[in-house]
Design a protein around this ligand. Structure first.
Ligand code: AMP
Length: 188
């Protein structure tokens, strides 16, 4: 079972992915987490992406596709991946389809967490106050939302065309969203 958790920044993808790791033993593949780890380690990759991420822009498709490819065998062996924050462009989605096809695998479901922009801004303002994540500042968050709307939202018709897209109310409580995701996975 391979699942994409889809939605704008701060929609709750990471929270739900971590719960699925606990409950199902699936592997969470978060390109944002991988890139933050690269920055924390001080690697060349980290230095390349630091400024881009802090501004709220997307890093190149090549970088994130390579990060995902390096983890796919492990995820397949564990019984499946939860893709969190990847793919974010149509080119990334096409690369993912090709990488999975080479392994005789596929994306089973794409779960879109729908949250309106005002609620996202409120969530991020709170997270910025509590955690100080650099790209949660208001200007970077504006850029991140714009990147979502311009580069990532066009993936919705891509997955709808494949009959894989399911929409969930991401404004509901964490438990209610989790229950809705479980229902989707039970039907998959
Ligand atoms: P996230 O934690 O998923 O919100 O990602 C944080 C930042 O990492 C994004 O704003 C981008 O700068 C970068 N990033 C994460 N995943 C991707 C991706 N799939 N494609 C391009 N950039 C990404």
């Amino acid at each position: 079972m391979n699942l994409i958790l889809f939605g704008p920044p701060a929609a709750g993808k990471g929270t739900q992915a971590k719960r699925l790791v606990e409950s199902r033993g699936m592997v969470q593949l978060s390109t944002g987490d991988m890139l933050r780890a690269a920055i924390a380690s001080g690697s060349d990759l980290g230095q390349t992406v630091k400024g881009i991420m802090e501004r709220g822009e997307l890093v190149t498709d090549e970088i994130v596709v390579a990060l995902i490819e390096a983890r796919l065998d492990e995820a397949e062996a564990a019984g499946g991946a939860i893709f969190d924050g990847f793919p974010r462009t149509v080119a990334q989605a096409q690369a993912l389809d090709a990488m999975l096809a080479r392994r005789g695998s596929t994306i089973d479901r794409v779960v879109r967490l729908k949250v309106d922009d005002e609620a996202l801004k409120a969530r991020v303002a709170q997270r910025y106050a509590e955690q100080g994540r650099p790209d949660d500042n208001p200007e970077s968050f504006r850029v991140r939302l714009e990147a979502y709307n311009r580069q990532t939202a066009p993936l919705l018709p891509y997955y709808e065309g494949q009959g894989k897209l399911v929409e969930i109310d991401g404004m509901a409580s964490i438990d209610a969203v989790a229950g809705a995701i479980d229902t989707v996975l039970a039907d998959a």
